[in-house]
Design a protein around this ligand. Structure first.
Ligand code: SAM
Length: 200
């Protein structure tokens, strides 16, 4: 990363707040803002968190679901252990990892959250396409893992294919919204697609 990026990050209020509060990532503020807006997660829920490392969303989700709830977190990168979080190591697009996810879940999930990001190439159209591929894989898993009435949120980049993806999510959820949390970095194409009330 260049010096300008390091300087910008130091000035970023969400990065500073995450450091000051000992949080695992600044990404946690985005989940908090999505939660405030849509009320996705409730006490006692079972959550599937895809692309979970370093664990900011998983920790926030574990606090929201409380001792009666559970979080199953998945990433290719290992996650330091956390109370209330079961970690599955692997690529969630892979069949073996998916089998391990369903073994860890045991029961249908109430919410699937996905903040997974591919390695960015810097070529906008390629990065948009790769992010949509991951979001589609997350939607496929959500279709299999969620109970009727369940909720879904995934990260995408706005660009070619975004509208098509929204209509695919609409096939399975009663209400679908695109939302850019205020904590999203300025100039980023990142958007979260939120699906509420999974149809049976
Ligand atoms: C932006 S980070 C997630 C941050 C996390 N929400 C937090 O609050 O700490 C994106 C993560 O997605 C993971 N990832 C990307 N593609 C993946 C895949 N196919 N399977 C599992 N993890 C993946 C990356 O390893 C990375 O850790």
């Amino acid at each position: 990363m260049g010096k300008a990026w390091v300087k910008a990050r130091r000035r970023d209020p969400y990065y500073r707040a995450a450091k000051a509060q000992g949080l695992r990532s600044r990404a946690v503020f985005k989940l908090v803002q999505i939660q405030e807006r849509f009320g996705l997660i409730y006490a006692g829920d079972t959550i599937l968190d895809l692309g979970a490392a370093p664990g900011g969303w998983s920790r926030a989700a574990a606090e929201l679901v409380g001792p009666r709830g559970r979080v199953v977190a998945v990433d290719r990168v290992r996650l330091a252990p956390m109370d209330g979080v079961t970690f599955v190591h692997g690529d969630f697009t892979d069949a073996d990892t998916q089998a391990a996810i369903f073994e860890a879940l045991r029961t249908p999930a109430d919410v699937v959250i996905c903040d997974a990001a591919p390695k960015l190439s810097g070529h906008r159209s390629l990065d948009v396409a790769r992010t949509l591929d991951l979001a589609r894989a997350a939607l496929g898993l959500a279709r299999r893992a969620l109970r009727p009435g369940g909720r879904f949120v995934t990260k995408v980049f706005q660009g070619d294919g975004y509208r098509t993806f929204l209509s695919e999510v609409r096939e399975d959820f009663d209400a679908v919204k695109g939302y850019v949390p205020p904590a999203t970095s300025k100039g980023s194409a990142e958007t979260y697609v939120v699906g509420l009330d999974r149809t049976a």
